[in-house]
Design a protein around this ligand. Structure first.
Ligand code: SAM
Ligand code: SF4
Ligand code: SF4
Length: 341
């Protein structure tokens, strides 16, 4: 008989459906909006290997989440997830143990030519590759390492050739890459990869975020619309974070993730497992719940499942919605590279 699960809801009646797992705090890029080079320099205290959850520990924890919540999706992220050694082994463990079909990864794409095939064979379904400009010089400045666009485009191609679904994320910053909105939209429409523009967010505390640097969803859509008329389409499922648009007269789509100008907290079904094994129930949280302590302590599966339920039941996060109301961004927040985007 199939085990019937009760649905666990948080304070605002949101179930947990989507778990994002940060597998490393390290990255080969230094994007200034995420890991600015002046802060994440050669002496930065990145975590040591034994401070990260092992693949076996992660697999046990994710299986327990799956048993006790409505979990349907996993996303592997970081830092740069492909800097974690033997990552396909983790994908393979997770897909075999949990049987969750929807396993995706967010990556800067540079290591995909090396790993795409292995990842696909291990059970990965989709990748989202981040690229903020088609101008190699500008992109090199944004990523802080002078890396041009070719390795990223090759990564996308390798993923597609391996049979992985490919989407593209572009963080838009006023005066930095807003001129690239139209060229990116045209290029990826032609390529057939769905592009999602992300409003620059006040995540973490090291990027010196200012509201003036945000280009809102409305501005992005208006700009594209002048060139290529768009029409809004309904979300594919409840809790989809990107607002979706279709180029009129075609089935080609583009999306915008509007965490700043149009918060979607009411339907947020995501939790994040940080690189040090803490559960964060909001991207902008100050504190997590330490599951590494439980996994490494003498706690039974029942104990850990009860703790998962407790954390989710107590969750009342709606940071972006509150920020829209009072404009306050001043809380102490965990860094994106720890919690995963
Ligand atoms: N390294 C991988 C990558 O860049 O795709 C995965 C981790 S990265 C933290 C995940 C996503 O978060 C990326 O698409 C990145 O562009 C986005 N991101 C990072 N900092 C951001 C910020 N301040 N505002 C909006 N998006 C951000
Ligand atoms: Fe690295 Fe991704 Fe952050 Fe850029 S956005 S610094 S690629 S983790
Ligand atoms: Fe979810 Fe927090 Fe983002 Fe709101 S601000 S959508 S609660 S992660």
């Amino acid at each position: 008989m199939v085990e019937q699960k009760e649905t666990i809801f948080d304070h605002w009646q949101r179930p947990l459906k989507d778990l994002r797992i940060s597998v490393t705090d390290r990255c080969n890029f230094r994007c200034h909006y995420c890991m600015p080079a002046e802060i994440f320099g050669p002496d930065y205290p990145f975590l040591k290997r034994d401070e990260l959850l092992s693949f076996e520990e992660l697999n046990r924890l994710v299986s327990l989440f799956h048993r006790v919540t409505s979990l349907q999706k996993l996303r592997i992220t970081g830092g740069e997830p492909l800097m974690r050694k033997d990552l396909p082994q983790l994908i393979s463990l997770l897909s075999q143990t949990t049987k969750i079909e929807d396993i995706a990864m967010t990556t800067n794409g540079v290591f995909l030519p090396r790993y795409a095939k292995e990842l696909k064979e291990a059970g990965l379904k989709r990748v989202t590759v981040s690229l903020d400009s088609l101008d190699s010089e500008k992109f090199g400045k944004i990523n802080g390492r002078g890396i041009g666009i070719e390795p990223v485009l090759k990564g996308m191609q390798a993923a597609s050739d391996a049979g992985l679904g490919v989407k593209v994320n572009m963080v838009v910053q006023k005066g930095v890459n807003d001129n690239d909105i139209i060229p990116m939209a045209k290029f990826f429409r032609e390529k057939g990869y769905m592009l999602r523009f992300i409003e620059y967010m006040d995540v973490g505390t090291s990027n010196g975020w200012k509201y003036d640097e945000v280009i809102t969803k409305q501005e992005i859509i208006e700009r594209i619309n002048e060139d290529m008329p768009l029409e809004a389409i309904k979300p594919a499922y409840v809790g989809e974070v990107a607002s979706r648009f279709k180029y009129k007269g075609s089935d080609d789509e583009v999306g915008v993730i509007s965490s700043v100008s149009d918060a979607f907290c009411h339907s947020c079904t995501r939790a994040r497992l940080s690189v040090e094994g803490s559960l964060y129930t909001c991207l902008f949280a100050t504190k997590g719940h330490d599951f590494k302590k439980l996994i490494r302590g003498n706690y039974s599966d029942e104990d850990i499942m009860n703790e998962i339920k407790n954390c989710w039941n107590k969750r009342d996060d709606r940071y972006s919605a509150e920020r829209s109301l009072d404009g306050n961004t001043k809380r102490e927040k965990i860094e994106m590279s720890h919690i995963g985007g």
